[in-house]
Design a protein around this ligand. Structure first.
Ligand SMILES: *Cc1c(COP(=O)(O)O)cnc(C)c1O
Length: 231
């Protein structure tokens, strides 16, 4: 498992150098995306110093959380949310990046009430990926942010996006800029946001150059995922 430790050090060094070159001089955090990875791989990354992990599928995450209950991991939910899963998501995660409609936000808020601390949330915005049903349209963000900020058990931190994958760096920049524009517009409207969750294994240095504060990295850290990929 030292391979995970080596990759982690490489990624952290790459993040640091991208951060130093970024015009925004922002702090950037690594979220290790562990979907489809066994809990042994998560444990190895944790022992190498990584504490934040992102999961996409609730049941898979709950199983691994039980196996890793001895570790002080900060769990982030980053997958699509069905309304019948909100109770458990609100209770088993510190962060949710994929809030894209009011009904889900309200249900997460209600389920979080019995815990002492608010759930940290990002709104997922869909700026380019026409194939994806996930994510609010940019037009819907202001109203969504306004209502969500009134929910006492959620803390609105920022935006998350999964732009359509492309190898073309100009296209990557264009897409990330669109997300950053949405983020800046919300701040301009008075929302105290500090989190821009953009960038994955293939494009995280570009995302950092456009203002990312959390990069969500799976395969570059853990290696290719087993191909079973569920939806
Ligand atoms: C799988 C996934 C990632 C990580 O993807 P990699 O290309 O393996 O780094 C990041 N964000 C979300 C929402 C994902 O589903």
């Amino acid at each position: 498992m030292t391979i995970i430790s080596n990759r982690l050090q490489d990624i952290l060094a790459t993040i640091q150098s991208a951060q130093q070159k970024s015009p925004f001089r922002q702090q950037v955090e690594l979220l290790a995306v562990s979907k489809a990875q066994p809990s042994t791989a998560i444990r190895a990354a944790f022992l190498a110093g990584q504490t934040r992990f992102g999961e996409n599928y609730l049941q898979e995450a709950l199983n691994k959380q039980a196996e890793l209950a001895d570790l002080a991991i900060e769990w982030h939910f980053i997958g699509p949310i069905q309304s019948n899963k909100t109770q458990q998501i609100a209770q088993h995660f510190a962060w949710v990046h994929s809030v894209d409609r009011l009904k889900i936000a309200q249900r997460l808020n209600d389920a979080r009430a019995e815990l002492g601390s608010p759930l940290q949330v990002c709104l997922q915005v869909n700026i380019s990926n026409e194939d994806s049903k996930s994510g609010a349209t940019p037009d819907a963000l202001l109203a969504l942010a306004s209502t969500i900020s009134l929910l006492p058990h959620l803390k609105l931190r920022g935006l998350m996006a999964i732009p359509a994958p492309t190898q073309d760096i100009h296209q990557q920049i264009k897409q990330f800029k669109r997300v950053k524009d949405c983020f800046d517009a919300l701040i301009h409207n008075g929302f105290a946001l500090d989190t821009l969750s953009i960038g994955m294994s293939e494009d995280y240095t570009t995302a950092i150059s456009q203002g990312a504060t959390i990069v969500r990295i799976g395969s570059a850290l853990f290696g290719a995922r087993p191909s079973k990929q569920t939806h």
